[in-house]
Design a protein around this ligand. Structure first.
Ligand code: ATP
Ligand code: MG
Length: 232
């Protein structure tokens, strides 16, 4: 297994109140697969993704990514792990507003050991002709394409997407999903994606349904739907 999560627990303390957000989550994903995490708001999806991506820490349990037990790494090693192996895509793009499209990508490629070529990734996401624009001069869908380019320029082993289409209309969402499926195919990137939208699970190899901090159902899809055929 490329990604293996076992008995993962996490709680947050606010004042005197402790809330258990992850109550013993387990999941597996093979190399080159697409996994989709489905679940209602507040069920712990982002917390889970952030722990897998080394942004957050768990209380107990293990996360293995490509044979590295990241739950055992110290802070410096965890930062190295994240920098070298993980690409993140968020709902609201998180581009740096005063840098051009090209510069937004170069911020990441400059600190990567084996980055891909900036123009090559911009071409892959269909944004090469807008390399010199600023984020505010782009539509939401275009900004998300740039954030995908930024995530893949380091050629990450694992691409983590937290509701990548959450702020987009249906047509643009489907284009973004098509692009993610294309990246999975062309670069062999393993993808783990959070969504509220159960229709999106049709393009995944594995689907994990989360309810209040637990995976209540794990499904392995026998057929994968091309993203352009997904409807909602
Ligand atoms: N830093 C934090 N401090 C305290 N509580 C937190 C913190 N981060 C998340 N929580 C709580 O943990 C629970 C799970 O949050 P999480 O963000 O993982 O949910 P989610 O499934 O991603 O929800 P959404 O679909 O709305 O993004 C929520 O009840 C949230 O309020
Ligand atoms: Mg979330």
């Amino acid at each position: 297994m490329f990604l293996k999560v076992e008995n993962l627990k996490k709680s947050y303390k606010t004042g005197d109140i402790t809330t258990q957000v992850l109550k013993g989550v387990g999941m597996d994903l093979s190399k080159g697969e697409i996994g989709v995490i489905l679940g209602p708001s507040g069920s712990g999806k982002s917390t889970l993704l952030n722990i897998i991506g080394g942004i957050d820490r768990c209380d107990s349990g293990t996360v293995l990514v490509d044979n590295i037990e990241i739950t055992k790494l110290n802070d410096n090693k965890l930062t190295d792990y994240r920098r070298e192996n993980i690409g993140f895509i968020f709902q609201f793009y998180n581009l740096i507003p005063n840098l051009t499209v090209g510069e937004n990508i170069e911020v990441v490629s400059n600190i990567s050991k084996t980055p891909l070529n900036t123009d090559e990734v911009l071409k892959a996401v269909g944004m090469l002709d807008k390399k010199h624009r600023f984020p505010k001069e782009l539509s939401g869908g275009e900004q998300q394409r740039v954030s995908i380019a930024r995530a893949i320029v380091k050629n990450p082993k694992l691409l983590l997407c937290d509701e990548p289409t959450g702020a987009l209309d249906f047509v643009t969402s489907r284009e973004i999903l098509k692009l993610l499926q294309q990246i999975n195919k062309d670069f062999g990137t393993t993808i783990l994606m959070i969504t509220h939208n159960s229709a999106i699970s049709a393009m995944a190899n594995r689907v994990y349904k989360v309810r209040s901090g637990e995976i209540v159902e794990s499904i392995i899809n026998s057929t994968i739907m091309p993203a352009e055929r997904i409807e909602w």
